[in-house]
Design a protein. Structure first.
Length: 682
């Protein structure tokens, strides 16, 4: 540890001393501390509490349904109807009945296969139904043999509903027999009973009343909200009919919710969207909609989108489960529409199409997206956001081809749509320009990093920020730059590897804080394209292994913290020379050893002795050399950093494997690729 490190380590361990008593005044009270309750110093095995069955759910309901508010209350309904929808999607149920009674009980019935009632092989004293209802992570959806796709994945949903219900009654009709079991607050009120024979009934019925001990007295289902949720399920799967019943006394005179209704929409999402946009002025009359039954090997996709003069929205679903926070399937949908419109612009030689972004395409679009995939991964039990990487590829592949055909099949509507989106893009750029003030004035007002040598241009267009390693390279770059549009930010050595560092370390890292501050656009969910202070961000590191390492760390930072900056085409790598070759009055520069050998064999072949100089780093280059080889736009080469969205899953895996916190993954990579390595004379 260096002396500097020792100093900081010492400071971290020193606390502020308590003020000392002086003759001139009374002793000062120490700072007040938060009040704490005294606890016993004894701590033994007797203090370890084991929560069994569904008790964890009742103790911490927020972990399973997101809270105990009205949204969480209605999430109970979502968990139960999702099971019935899984039966319908699997082809075993054709209708689902939803009934809200005036006593507060909600009943969901389907004509599917019915929950198994035979004894469970592991818990022989209990039926499979009782195991499912009283055990977390018990269900038939862990293996795709029973359900090819499903919304319930963790075996948690129905047991959570049971745990949080004052009473729950399950009836199952299987093999012409009717079975019933009652539960109270998650515990069986008795064994499964055979009610009798039934000739014309099959499937499962779940009748439950939420527990006011959990949700509070007076908590009750809202008919309008239940109706909306049930109706959306019918749109998501045209093969199911959903029947709605509500006690009339639960509906007020002002309530437009019907007491009885039947929902069946063979047209699916197209019907849903057309009805929702009935009163809107559309850009093109036709709704772009479609459905693929086998988008790739593991999923199907249905979509509908239309553009209108209003605020846009995208409602997405995975296996009929709403994903209000979007996720990977929405990302694929977005890429397909953006790239399709840009490609059509190139096809029609409309150069303005290059300025549009995903936000421009969707800012006035109404979109519906539904995907069915095997073993999806969600963020949290409430499934608000899809995290399955493959969903991006599945959605983009399905929508992109269809969108290309849709655009070329009707040039009139395609041109009208493209012009509309370009107008949105130009409006965005105008707003950005209106917000821009002279950069000199802005620099005086903004708190920019002290080492940043900013440019004098008034707008971001045409400007470049060079990120260099070290003050020495920074000094050369500052002298070599064009001050009007080129800025330089020196960094000290290797930056933090954000792929294996905690969020707290990232926030505390001064170098990354300086970089984010210089860019001005924020990071992660706070990223704002319009606030980016430079058009091009150029990583300019030494042309050696250490330089490549630093460049890798910076690319990882941008990929993790500002992926939209990369997607927007703003990130580049400079290509500085490693060698300077001179002979007589002729001087050339070589990128690497291979390039050097090529020049010696071609340009300098047969000549007298060639003087070869190797640059140890950018700081060793004269400003004129750095400008000539690396910073002058008319002579330099830049490598654009891009991400193939069709292989985003592979990219994520590669970043995690090579830059993540598992050294064994990197070791395996080195072993697997050792045969391709060459000895480098460095």
């Amino acid at each position: 540890m260096s002396a500097k490190d020792d100093l900081f380590a010492g400071n971290a361990a020193v606390s502020t001393p308590v003020e000392q008593e002086t003759p001139s005044r009374a002793p000062q009270k120490p700072r007040s501390m938060p009040a704490v309750t005294a606890v016993s110093d004894d701590y033994s095995a007797a203090d370890i509490e084991v929560l069994e069955g569904l008790e964890p759910v009742r103790r911490r309901p927020g972990m399973y349904i997101g809270g105990t508010d009205e949204k969480a209350l209605h999430h109970l309904f979502a968990e139960v109807i999702d099971n019935s929808m899984d039966e319908a999607v699997a082809g075993h149920a054709t209708w689902i009945d939803v009934t809200l009674a005036d006593d507060g009980y909600l009943t969901i019935t389907d004509n599917g296969r019915g929950i198994p009632v035979d004894p469970h092989p592991k818990f022989k004293d209990k039926s499979a139904l009782e195991v499912i209802m009283t055990t977390l992570h018990a269900g038939g959806k862990f293996d795709s043999k029973v359900y090819e796709t499903s919304g319930g994945l963790h075996g948690v949903g129905i047991s959570v509903v049971n745990a949080l219900s004052e009473e729950l009654v399950v009836e199952v009709a299987r093999s012409r027999k009717l079975y019933r079991q009652t539960f109270r607050r998650g515990k069986a009120d008795g064994p499964l009973e055979l009610v009798g024979d039934t000739q014309n009934r099959r499937g499962t019925q779940v009748r439950f009343k939420p527990d006011d001990q959990i949700f509070g007295k007076g908590a009750k289902f809202q008919p309008a909200r239940l109706l909306k949720m049930a109706r959306s399920k019918a749109y998501l799967f045209g093969g199911v009919e959903i029947r709605w019943h509500c006690a009339p006394n639960l509906l007020s005179d002002k309530d437009e919710t019907p007491a009885e209704a039947v929902f069946h929409f063979p047209g699916g999402l197209k019907d849903f969207l057309a009805e929702r946009l009935t009163k809107e002025r559309r850009v093109v009359d036709e709704v772009f909609a479609g459905r693929t039954d086998n988008a790739g090997k593991h999923g199907s996709v249905e979509w509908a989108v239309s553009w209108f003069a209003g605020d846009g929205f995208v409602n997405s679903y995975c296996n009929t489960v709403p994903t209000p926070e979007g996720g990977t399937h929405e990302a694929g949908f977005r890429y397909a529409l953006l790239r399709g419109l840009k490609a059509y612009g190139e096809l029609t030689n409309n150069k303005k199409a290059s300025i549009i972004t995903g936000d421009d395409v969707l800012t006035s679009a109404g979109g519906m997206l539904s995907v069915f995939i095997r073993e999806p991964e969600f963020v949290g039990q409430t499934k608000d956001k899809l995290a399955t990487n493959e969903a991006t590829r599945i959605a983009e592949a399905a929508v992109r081809d269809a969108f290309d055909h849709w655009l070329t099949a009707s040039p009139n509507q395609a041109n009208k749509l493209l012009e509309w989106v370009i107008d949105r893009a130009e409006e965005r750029l105008r707003r950005r320009q209106e917000k821009d003030v002279a950069r000199k004035t802005a620099v005086r007002k903004l708190r920019l990093p002290g080492k940043l040598a900013d440019c004098s241009a008034n707008q971001a267009d045409g400007t470049e920020l060079f990120i260099v390693e070290g003050d020495s390279a920074g000094g050369s770059a500052k002298q070599a730059r064009n001050r009007s549009n080129q800025a330089v930010l020196p960094l000290r050595g290797k930056i933090l590897n954000v792929a294996n560092a905690g969020r707290d370390k990232l926030v505390a890292n001064q170098q990354l804080a300086d970089l984010i501050q210089a860019l001005g656009c924020g990071s992660r969910s706070q990223y704002r394209e319009t606030d980016l202070r430079y058009e091009k961000i150029v990583i300019m590191t030494d042309a050696d292994v250490d330089g490549a390492h630093i460049a890798s760390l910076l690319i990882t930072f941008f990929y993790r913290e500002m992926p939209e900056l990369i997607r927007g085409g703003h990130l580049y790598l400079a290509v500085p020379p490693l060698y300077r070759l001179s002979q007589g009055g002729k001087t050339l520069y070589a990128r690497d050893d291979a390039h050097k050998d090529e020049l010696l064999e071609t340009v300098f072949k047969g000549r007298s002795k060639v003087e070869i100089g190797r640059f140890k780093g950018l700081g060793e280059m004269l400003p004129a050399q750095l400008k000539e080889t690396t910073m002058d736009p008319s002579k330099r080469s830049l490598l654009k950093v891009d991400v193939d969205e069709s292989e985003i899953g592979d990219t994520n895996d590669a970043v995690e494997r090579l830059m993540g916190n598992k050294p064994e993954a990197r070791f395996r990579f080195i072993q697997d690729n050792a045969e391709f390595a060459e000895d480098l004379d460095i």
